[in-house]
Design a protein around this ligand. Structure first.
Ligand code: ARG
Length: 483
């Protein structure tokens, strides 16, 4: 029954854990991808221990050399990971100690796997968050370029999927861009709570050694050490924040993709997806399906599932470390691994799809998209809006019976509903005029597109500056550690 491998805690036990227990408790499958961060965290820890004279210079040098050798093996994927050691932390410490003996056995002074693992996850998530922000920015740029190219092209705007008022393609694209800008900003905002170093919290209570946590945090490029050791090992808020921001981003993508899906149906025919981002049918030779958009829409389900997963894991958990917290990683990794391709594929679809401007304008002939404009016209002539609404409702009913558009009715007919209507009504009814006249701030008129675009561009610039700065900060901290 007993496991053969010596575990990190074997002193207390007369028998090893069963193979089934080791298999059940192992996190190696997931946390192996933290290997690089684990080694870097250890390098910072040992440098701090040596500077504080907690361990000797010779031991520190041996540990640093040993860790650097391990890092090289992590990078070229030749590290001899042992599946029967329960996690990546045990593996690295085992390999190091096997190579440099007692010096390696001093590495774990003044720390615990509890603070070690959460430090690793934070370092991973810093990079993942920056990757995410950059992937969102690519989509923002794609939307921006196409919005600019299509700022004058008109299509029906929908509410309840019913014709509402005409808008421009550019304006519709900028609406999606706004959502994504908030997503990017949400990731940026969460970063300040993420970029905090728990290392040195040790098991839960801090440590008796005279460690310098501020120095360790600085070596790893963190903003500051965490303020409380119990919170340090239990806090997974930053994981939940990433999962929420990721879930909301995929929810936004699902809404965009939903529009792409039905707008590419022949009933709408507003757009055609590039062949490269479409698939066919095994039985119906004529088919061209928007599977990429559908799968992006579909993956919102799993993204929400990951968020619920971590929230339920955290709910009611006592403070400090509990093994449940090991379950943070599968949800986090899955969420990141799903989100990046969803963003990239959506970017590809947006930048390559063909828009059918004629068809969109044609669709504006139906559904009385200019009815509000007729009501607004009557308001300008002095009628209270509620009454104008009533009048135009009756005009629309009449036009439905006559099977014509509002602008096809004669002045005589129109006057029959309200004698405030004059010849100038035909100036406000054309669809182009309905769009052009909506110049209110944030409105659909191409005239007010430039300030909207300008604002979006400066948002993008701020996001890029943030990502660049943080990338540089991390790279320079890491390269100093590895020098
Ligand atoms: N594999 C663990 C995790 O991912 C590492 C920390 C284990 N700590 C412990 N006391 N068992 O959370």
């Amino acid at each position: 029954m007993s496991g053969e491998k010596k575990t990190l805690w074997s002193g207390r036990f007369s028998e090893g854990a069963s193979h089934s227990t080791l298999a059940f408790t192992s996190s190696l499958q997931d946390d192996s991808r933290l290997a690089r961060y684990d080694v870097i965290g250890s390098l910072a820890h040992v440098r701090m221990l040596a500077r504080q004279n907690v361990i000797g210079a010779k031991d520190a040098k041996d540990i640093e050399d040993g860790l650097k050798e391990i890092l090289a093996q992590v990078e070229d994927r030749t590290l001899p990971i042992q599946q029967d050691l329960e996690d990546i932390h045990s593996n690295i410490e085992f390999i190091l100690t096997d190579r440099i003996q007692d010096a390696g056995a001093r590495l774990h002074t003044g720390r615990s796997r509890n603070d070690q693992v959460v430090t690793d996850v934070r370092m991973f998530l810093r990079d993942a968050t920056l990757d995410t922000i950059e992937a969102i920015m690519m989509l923002e740029k794609g939307l921006m370029e196409r919005a600019e190219a299509y700022r004058d092209v008109i299509l029906p705007g929908f509410t309840h999927v019913q014709h509402a008022q005409p808008v421009t393609v550019g304006h519709w694209m900028m609406a999606h861009l706004q959502r994504l800008q908030r997503d990017a900003e949400r990731f940026i905002d969460s970063y300040k709570r993420l970029n905090i170093c728990p290392l040195g919290s040790a098991a839960l209570a801090g440590t008796t050694y005279s460690i310098d946590r501020t120095y360790t945090a600085q070596l790893l490029g963190f903003e500051a050490p965490c303020a409380n050791s119990i919170d340090g090992v239990s806090d997974r808020d930053f994981v939940a924040e990433y999962l929420f921001a990721a879930a909301l981003t995929v929810v936004h993508l699902s809404s965009l993709c939903e529009e792409l899906v039905y707008w590419s149906s022949p009933e709408f025919g507003f757009l055609e997806m590039a062949d490269a981002y479409s698939t066919g049918s095994s039985i119906m030779p004529q088919k061209k399906n928007p599977d990429v958009a559908e799968l992006t829409r579909g993956r919102a389900g799993a993204a929400l599932g990951d968020l619920i997963n971590i929230m339920v894991t955290m709910k009611g958990l006592p403070t400090a470390y509990n093994r449940d917290l090991q379950e943070d990683k599968p949800a986090l990794f899955a969420s990141y691994d799903r989100l990046i391709p969803c963003l990239r594929m959506t970017t590809s679809m947006i930048t390559t799809m063909k828009l059918n401007s004629e068809r969109m304008l044609q669709a504006c002939r139906e559904g009385f998209l200019n009815a509000t404009d007729l009501a607004d016209y009557l308001v300008v002539k002095g009628l209270p809006f509620r009454k104008a609404h009533e009048v135009v409702g009756a005009v629309v009913r009449h036009a439905i019976e006559r099977k014509c558009r509002l602008e096809d009715l004669s002045l005589r007919e129109l006057k029959g509903f309200c004698d405030l209507i004059e010849d100038d009504v035909f100036e406000v009814l054309p669809i182009e005029r309905c769009v052009a006249r909506r110049t209110s701030l944030g409105g659909t008129s191409p005239e007010v597109f430039p300030p909207q675009a300008e604002r979006a561009r400066s948002g993008l610039k701020a996001q890029a500056a943030f990502a660049d700065r943080e990338r540089k900060r991390i790279a320079s901290a890491f390269s100093a550690l590895l020098a």
